[in-house]
Design a protein around this ligand. Structure first.
Ligand SMILES: [Mn+2]
Length: 320
């Protein structure tokens, strides 16, 4: 069933500077992610909250990730809400609230401060933040909010690139330093990696386990081993270039030979089954004219992850 495509929500930025209040950012009416009944998309009702961060400042190769949130929103209007893997309609059951895009006219440190401020209100309300980039630089603010709320947080990081540089082009908050910043807070398990430096030790007390794509590209026991290295509470960050470019072609730095759609989904499903996933992001979608493939796959991925979290993490597992 094809739903009617609706007009895009205002991309006008809101809430500059301190005092970003979630209630002032909520998209009212029908212009929400997945085009659901507005009654299911209020902040009070929804269990999932979409934070849009069209930040595109530090990308050094192909840019365009600033258009990601709007393109994924548009694609989400066409996504079926029945999830055939879990047999549920989790988006309707749990509700998804959409927040207006954050003002991204700032540097990487400041956008992470803004994202942290908003994500903190989301997790404090017992909800699951879904951060949509923008470039990978934006993940840190959401990870930090989850890390403050949930002890023993670790991060499952799907990416072609290890992003473990301490700084890049003189910047601490850069798309190439995303995992290094996260590793200052949390241990990390990486999958899909096929572009990295020779020596990336990670923090001595917060290990970084790297599952290279050349060795771990198909579903198998390695996925359970990877999940076993995660702590009880998990934040999932998905740079779409961790998947093969045949799945997500429109991204800034595509690398051949990534995870297939189902291998990636298997890994995420196993993580949701065995651990408590408390938030996630989808970053580095850089839409191109003439193809909707990448943003549609990203909207689909968002729906799938919502289904896995709803099916495994919101049912009976405590979030502490
Ligand atoms: Mn990447």
């Amino acid at each position: 069933m094809k739903k009617t495509t609706r007009k895009a929500p205002s991309q006008k930025a809101k809430g500059r500077g301190p005092g970003l209040n979630v209630s002032s950012l909520v998209v009212h009416g029908e212009n929400n992610y997945f085009a659901i009944d507005p009654k299911l998309a209020t902040f009070e009702r929804a269990r999932f909250v979409v934070i849009q961060a069209p930040f595109d400042k530090t990308v050094t190769y192909g840019g365009g990730t600033g258009g990601g949130p709007k393109a994924i929103w548009n694609a989400s209007q066409q996504v079926e809400l029945f999830d055939e893997i879990t047999g549920q309609q989790p988006i309707l059951e749990h509700g998804v609230c959409t927040l207006k895009p954050l003002d991204c006219k700032c540097d990487g440190a400041e956008i992470n401060r803004r994202i942290h401020e908003v994500a903190r209100q989301v997790v404090e309300a017992g909800k699951i933040p879904i951060l949509v980039g923008g470039e990978h630089t934006v993940s840190f603010g959401a990870v930090k909010a989850c890390w403050e709320k949930y002890p023993e947080l670790s991060v499952l990081h799907i990416d072609a690139h290890s992003d473990m540089r301490d700084e890049y082009h003189g910047q601490k908050f850069n798309h190439a330093t995303a995992a290094a910043r996260i590793n200052e807070l949390c241990p990390i398990v990486q999958a899909g990696i096929r572009s990295r430096e020779a020596f990336e030790p990670g923090h001595p007390e917060r290990p970084v386990h790297c599952y290279h794509a050349f060795q771990y590209r198909d579903s198998g026991p390695w996925q359970d081993e990877a999940v076993s290295r995660l702590t009880r509470n998990v934040y999932l960050t998905v740079d779409v270039d961790g998947f093969d470019p045949s799945v997500f072609p429109a991204t800034g730095t595509p690398e051949p030979g990534g995870l297939s759609w189902y291998t990636g989904l298997d890994l995420i499903e196993r993580a949701c089954k065995a651990r408590n996933v408390v938030g996630f992001d989808i970053v580095e979608v850089a839409p191109v004219k003439g193809s909707h493939q990448t943003e549609f796959a990203a909207a689909r991925l968002m729906g799938r992850i919502i289904a896995f979290i709803a099916g495994y993490c919101l049912q009976g597992k405590s979030a502490v």
